[in-house]
Design a binder for this molecule. Structure first.
Ligand code: FE2
Length: 458
């Protein structure tokens, strides 16, 4: 590598926390947007040193090692650290030649018998050209135990010929839509150069799930969603998943067009996180695919933690629009799959979703049309970090859907605190994203009582 180029321009990250380990991430990119050589790196493997310590000053280093940054994976690193203590904060950094990366903070998952409260945040839908990631800066300031990212980490779109006012606030690296590995890599590099996104990664370990825009708008299963050739689409999906992996702290690598995203991440006796993939296995009227659905239902039945948190990308509850229609791209397009999940809803079910670029909160019911139908849990739908919302007649939607309790139209993220007694969700919002520096406030707080939402005082 050229001695002069600082290679840690894309920041550092950690993820996939277990009670005894985490994955540490970075990617070497002295020239992140170089159009010829990914990241401006030479076409050879580079050895990177890493350190993990108990303190931010690295006075108490507990593990060190080296890892190979390979050109085949855009010189990204996914270091699996093991042998750590549960529920413990650590700090990490990388170095190569004389260059040292920024310091990241991470935290292992609690021990299986832990009853310590869990603080997590979730976010989704960060369209770079739509604005500043100020919400992620505020999320970072919370230093949560873990961050869940529920999809649309990037948007694949190019620059519209005539962008609507206020919808092309920051320039992309290219005016073209991403379809190739090289283009997706440069798009992720553009995003990762953002200081607020870097701060959110450096503040806490992440559990990330892709939705559609990591590949292309509204894709489903093996189909691109626009009627074009499925075989060409699978090539594109392979490129998109490879770039996704190269830029997030994941444990599992994609194999061609396949990336195993569904997984279980226990947080002591307080939370069982179940992450479900609502894109890759869609087929006909089936949202999850048989194998994933069997996995999810056995997890829901077997979960013993106080809260069973189902994290996934799209609106789960029924949401009837004022004209009577339902969204075909969300669970409303897959009502039989949803009914099978709800038929196995355990006590303490909390569903998390995103995708719709507004905040919502819902009670889950077996019969959406019957307000007396037994409460089966709750759903918190988080707004976008920046992506502009669709025109929404929220008043009419709330009136047409009595199980939907709350709407808010700001950008932001959701902050949750769970204990053996309580679950609390704070909708954290910013006033603007078209320029930096917005402050954060709380639009609403909900707790969960007897599998039902309860609005709390601010
Ligand atoms: Fe989105």
């Amino acid at each position: 590598m050229a001695k002069s180029g600082y290679p840690f321009t894309l920041g550092v990250a950690s993820g996939e926390p277990l009670p005894d380990g985490v994955v540490l991430w970075t990617r070497l990119a002295p020239d992140p947007l170089d159009a010829k050589r990914p990241g401006g790196m030479p076409d050879r493997t580079v050895t990177v040193r890493w350190q993990l310590a108990e303190d931010r000053a690295f006075a108490r280093v507990v593990q060190t090692g080296t890892a190979a940054a390979q050109p085949e994976w855009a010189h990204s690193l996914h270091v699996r650290v093991a042998g750590l203590r549960p529920g413990t904060e650590y700090f990490y950094r990388f170095s190569v030649d004389d260059h040292v990366s920024p310091v990241g903070r991470t935290k292992t998952a609690p021990a299986p018998d832990s009853t310590d409260p869990v603080h997590f945040c979730f976010a989704s839908c960060q369209r770079y050209e739509h604005g500043y990631f100020t919400a992620l800066r505020h999320l970072a300031d919370e230093r949560p135990d873990v961050v869940l990212h529920l999809g649309d980490y990037i948007y694949e779109y190019g620059k519209p010929k005539q962008p609507r006012p206020g919808r092309y606030v920051r320039p992309l690296e290219s005016a073209a839509e991403c379809t190739t590995l090289a283009a997706y890599r440069r798009r992720y590099a553009r995003y990762h150069m953002d200081p607020d996104l870097q701060a959110a990664h450096a503040a806490a370990p992440w559990l990330a799930l892709p939705d559609d825009h990591e590949v292309r708008d509204n894709w489903a299963g093996g189909l691109p969603g626009n009627g074009s050739s499925p075989s060409a689409f699978l090539k594109r999906r392979a490129a998109a998943f490879q770039a996704y992996y190269e830029h997030l702290p994941l444990r599992v690598r994609p194999t061609g067009p396949d990336l195993r995203n569904y997984r279980w991440r226990p947080y002591g006796r307080v939370i069982d996180f179940m992450l479900a993939d609502t894109r890759q296995y869609r087929s006909g009227r089936d949202m999850l695919g048989r194998e994933q659905e069997e996995w999810l239902i056995s997890r829901l039945k077997g979960a013993t933690a106080r809260w069973k948190v189902l994290a996934q990308a799209v609106f789960f509850a029924q949401r009837r629009f004022p004209n009577g229609t339902l969204s075909a791209d969300a669970w409303d397009g897959f009502p039989d799959s949803r009914a099978r999940v709800l038929a196995n809803a355990p006590d303490g079910l909390v569903v998390l979703g995103g995708d719709v670029h507004n905040n919502w909160a819902c009670d889950l019911r077996a019969d959406w049309s019957d307000p007396a139908s037994a409460p089966l849990g709750v759903e918190f739908v988080g707004t976008s970090v920046t992506s502009m919302p669709p025109d929404t007649d929220a008043k009419a939607i709330l009136a047409a859907n009595p199980h939907i309790e709350f709407f808010d139209g700001h950008r932001g993220y959701v902050s949750c605190r769970a204990s053996m007694d309580d679950f609390r969700a704070d909708y954290r919002v910013v006033g603007h994203v078209d320029r930096p520096g917005a402050s954060v406030s709380t639009a609403a707080v909900f707790t969960v009582e007897k599998n039902r939402l309860r609005r709390a005082d601010l």
